[in-house]
Design a protein around this ligand. Structure first.
Ligand code: IPM
Ligand code: MG
Length: 361
């Protein structure tokens, strides 16, 4: 029996509640398809700070590096808001992305037919939306130097540096074109080339890489326009390629097409086999311990792990089908509550999806 070792980084807030359900689902998949999953838990974020005085301890990084894939819940809690920036929980997330060289972040924004009425946007605009956002994850203004807060001209001055090496743009562009080749072969690269030099380089390199993918139709869009187009006509997009900060913002925006942040997974890939999977939502500390958050984003992240890290396509589809059946059968967590449906808790949603997997043919 094939055995996969998964580093399990639940993190803070509701991170544990959602990863517990993803583990439940992976175990069900293991049972059904005779695959072994070993889970090695490790601390990350505020809980790691409490124990080790750092949000990303070496032991966690070691466990992650030795694993076949990393499953992450979420990090952050208001109680750490007053910590110095270098030990805040969010730093761990940026740190692990950088340490594992997870430069390619895949964030699908899929609108499930069962849930189109949930979107704050009109159904006719969102139904059928299926966008894959490819976000560069280890560069840009997130990591650029110089940065800091200094005193200049007698007042405080804050600064960051939005910058990309050509090689960084090239490799994420290749990822995006390859993703597009597996989909509808349409790629929209989003930048701010009318204002930013770094974006002019971005556009130049993406255009150059596009020559290697003649079948993919490339378009370029300014980020302000893209923000508007995602709301106005989301169905025009297949794959969106963009940098770290624009991707951060546009992926939260795109999640509202589906109606809830609690539905959207992500995969962060490197150029080695190692990859990390996490929901795009945060740790929601205000909801912690109440068994009310939606585990679907994390369960879908585990499904992406099967697909991208382990090439287990059938098992990936089994999870997706089980989720859709749960939704079709009318099960809803609070964030996706609708009139006429009964609301269930986090663990019950996991149980139902699990049963659907085990009982499917
Ligand atoms: C995300 C989050 C993170 C980011 C934060 C928590 C550092 O918003 O994964 O989208 O900005 O990348
Ligand atoms: Mg974000």
């Amino acid at each position: 029996m094939k055995i996969y070792n998964i580093a399990l980084l639940a993190g803070d807030g509701t991170g544990k509640e959602v990863t517990d359900e993803a583990v439940k689902i992976l175990k069900a998949v293991g049972e059904k398809y005779s695959i072994g999953f070993n889970f090695e838990p490790a601390l990350i974020g505020g809980c790691a700070y409490d124990k080790y005085k750092t949000p990303l301890p070496e032991v966690t990084l070691d466990i992650a590096k030795k694993s076949d894939a990393v499953l992450l819940g979420a990090v952050g809690d208001w109680k750490y808001d007053t910590l110095p920036p270098e030990v805040r929980p969010e730093r761990a997330l940026l740190g692990i992305r950088k340490e594992l060289n997870l430069f390619a972040n895949l964030r699908p924004a899929t609108v499930y037919p069962e849930l189109t009425s949930l979107s704050p946007l009109k159904e006719e605009f969102v139904s059928g939306t299926d966008i894959m956002i490819v976000r560069e994850l280890t560069g840009d203004v997130y990591f650029g130097t110089p940065k800091g807060i200094e005193t200049r001209n007698g007042e405080k001055f804050g600064f960051n540096n939005m910058c990309y090496y050509e090689s960084e743009i090239r490799r994420i562009a290749h990822t995006a074109f390859k993703v597009a080749m597996q989909r509808n072969k349409k790629l929209c690269s989003v930048d701010k080339a009318n204002v930013l030099d770094v974006s002019r380089l971005w556009r130049e390199i993406v255009t150059d890489v596009s020559k290697e993918y003649p079948e993919v139709e490339l378009s370029n869009m300014y980020v302000d326009n893209a923000a508007m187009q995602i709301i106005r006509n989301p169905k025009q997009f297949d794959v969106i390629l963009t940098g770290n900060i624009f991707g951060d913002i546009l992926s939260d925006e795109a999640s509202m097409l589906s109606g809830s942040l609690g539905l959207l997974p992500s995969a962060s890939l490197s150029d080695t086999k190692l990859a990390m999977y996490e929901p795009i939502h945060g740790s929601a500390p205000d909801l912690k311990g109440q068994n009310i958050v939606n585990p679907i984003a994390t369960i879908l992240s585990a499904a992406m792990m099967l697909k991208y890290s382990f090439k287990l396509d059938e098992e990936y589809h089994a999870i997706e089908t089980a989720i859709r059946k749960a939704l079709k059968d009318g099960y809803r967590t609070k964030d996706i509550a609708q009139q006429g449906f009964s609301i269930i808790g986090t663990s019950k949603m996991g149980d139902i999806i699990k049963d659907n997997i085990l009982n499917s043919l």
